[in-house]
Design a protein around this ligand. Structure first.
Ligand code: RM4
Ligand code: MN
Length: 389
C-alpha cells in the first residue's frame, strides 16, 4: 500500500477540470460589461487561451462551448484546433435566454412556436456534439415567471417534460443530458427548474442518460451543497459540477475564493466515494466570469483552488475518521477532518507539477511567459467575444 501523499498525487495527476469558453470573453453585470485588452475575438482564440491554462496546470484538458456564443462554420476544424493546442472540446451548453422570443420563457413558453424554436436549438446543440465529439449537453433554462398568476406552474412543467423527452430521444450512444437548476434569476417569482429535487425528478423520468448538474452558485445562502452531492451520488444522478464562488447570489466568482471550506467539504464527499477521477462519469467544470480580474490567470487560480481542495480532501485519514465516527467520538471525527483541511497542500502540488515537468508555480510561470503581452499586441481590431449583457 502506497503512502497517503503518493496516493493523493496519483489522483491529482489524473484530475481534469473543464474550462468554460465564456470565461475568456468580456463579461460583467447587468450594469456594465468591462472590456479587457487581448480578449479573444472568436472561439478559436478562446480555445488557445484555455490551452494556456492547461499548459501551466496540466489539469484542464477540456473546454466547454456555449452556443450560439461559440458558433462556427466548421466544428470539425474547431475540434482539430483544440487537439492541436493540447485540449479537447467538452460540454456543449445551450442558450435559450438571449433572444427576444424568450421573454416569457423558452421550453416552458406558453406559445408552442417558441417552444419549437427552443427545442430546435437544443437539437442543434446535439448535432454540434456529434461534430465535435462532445459527450455532454448541459441545459440551463432561464424559464420562470415574475408574477403570481402569470402562467400555470403545472402547465409549464408539462411543457418542459415534453421538450426534455424529445431532446433525450435525440441523444446518441455515449451522450448525456445534464440538467442544471438555479433558485432564481432572471425570474423572480417561479423558476421552472429551481432546485435539485426538480432536476432530479425530470432526470429520473427521462432515464439513465439524464443527470443533474450542481452549479455551486445556484442555491439559497446557507444551503448544504455537500448533502445534495451525497444524495445525487447515492442515486447515480450526479452528472457534474459548475464550480464557482458566491457571496450573495449567482456571483460567478473564482471557485474556492469565497468559501474554500465549502469546496473542501464538497470534495470530501467526492473523494470518500472515489469519484474524482476522469472515469467517474462526473464532469468537473468551471462556470465563472472574470469581470475585473485578468481572465487566463483567473482560470489558472481557479484550477489551483480546486486542486488544493481536492488535495486536502485526499489527505483526510479515512481510517481514523471511520473509527472516530463508529465510536461516536464527535470531537475526534471533526478533528480528523479539520487536520486535513488545515494542511498546507501547496508544497505537495508544487512537487507534483515538477514531477510532471511543469513549473511549480503556474501563476508566476504564466506571468513570465509573455503570452498576455503577446495577445494584447496581436489581437487588435475585430469584435471581442463577450456575453453581450
Ligand atoms: C447560467 C448557468 C449556465 C451558464 C450560463 C452562462 O447561469 O450557470 O451553466 O451556461 O449561466
Ligand atoms: Mn452554470
Amino acid at each position: 500500500m502506497s503512502d497517503p501523499i503518493t496516493r493523493a498525487k496519483t489522483v491529482l495527476a489524473a484530475q481534469n477540470i473543464e474550462l468554460p469558453s465564456w470565461a475568456f470573453g468580456n463579461s460583467g453585470t447587468r450594469f456594465k460589461v468591462f472590456t479587457q485588452e487581448g480578449v479573444p475575438r472568436d472561439p478559436f482564440e478562446k480555445i488557445a487561451d484555455a490551452a494556456q491554462v492547461n499548459a501551466y496546470t496540466g489539469a484542464a484538458g477540456s473546454v466547454a462551448l456555449h452556443i450560439p456564443w461559440d458558433k462556427v462554420e466548421d466544428y470539425g476544424a474547431l475540434a482539430a484546433h483544440a487537439a492541436n493546442e493540447g485540449v479537447r472540446i467538452g460540454t456543449i451548453n445551450s442558450n435559450t435566454f438571449q433572444d427576444d422570443d424568450y421573454m416569457l420563457g423558452s421550453v416552458c413558453h406558453p406559445d408552442p412556436k417558441v417552444r419549437r424554436k427552443a427545442t430546435a436549438h437544443l437539437l442543434e446543440c446535439v448535432d454540434i456534439m456529434d461534430a465535435t465529439g462532445s459527450s455532454d449537453l448541459k441545459l440551463w433554462f432561464a424559464d420562470g415567471t415574475n408574477y403570481p398568476g402569470q402562467d400555470t406552474i403545472a402547465g409549464r412543467q408539462a411543457r418542459l417534460v415534453e421538450v426534455l423527452a424529445e431532446v433525450y430521444e435525440r441523444l446518441g450512444e455515449g451522450q448525456r443530458l445534464l440538467l442544471e437548476y438555479k433558485l432564481f434569476e432572471p425570474s423572480f417569482y417561479t423558476t421552472d427548474v429551481p432546485d435539485w429535487g426538480t432536476a432530479y425528478a425530470h432526470c429520473l423520468k427521462l432515464g439513465p442518460k439524464a443527470q443533474v448538474v450542481i452549479d455551486t452558485g445556484h442555491h439559497a445562502p446557507g444551503t448544504n451543497i455537500e448533502f445534495i452531492v451525497a444524495i445525487l451520488l447515492r442515486e447515480g444522478k450526479l452528472g457534474g459540477f459548475d464550480f464557482n464562488s458566491r457571496f450573495y447570489a449567482d456571483d460567478d466568482l473564482m471557485v474556492g475564493s469565497a468559501d474554500p471550506f465549502q469546496l473542501f467539504r464538497i470534495m470530501h464527499e467526492l473523494v470518500s466515494q472515489e469519484v474524482v477521477g476522469p472515469d467517474s462519469g462526473i464532469a468537473y467544470m468551471l462556470d465563472q466570469c472574470h469581470n475585473i480580474e485578468a481572465k487566463i490567470p483567473g482560470q489558472i487560480r481557479s484550477v489551483m483552488n480546486v486542486q488544493e481542495a481536492t488535495a486536502k480532501a485526499l489527505l483526510v485519514d479515512a481510517e481514523a475518521l471511520a473509527k472516530a465516527q463508529a465510536a461516536g467520538d464527535v470531537l475526534e471525527a471533526n478533528a480528523v477532518l479539520m487536520d486535513a483541511y488545515n494542511t498546507d497542500v501547496r508544497p505537495l502540488l508544487a512537487e507534483l507539477r515538477e514531477e510532471q515537468g511543469l513549473a511549480a508555480d503556474p501563476m508566476r510561470a504564466y506571468a513570465a511567459s509573455g503570452y498576455a503581452e503577446r495577445i494584447t499586441s496581436e489581437r487588435v481590431g475585430g469584435a471581442q467575444a463577450g456575453w453581450g449583457a
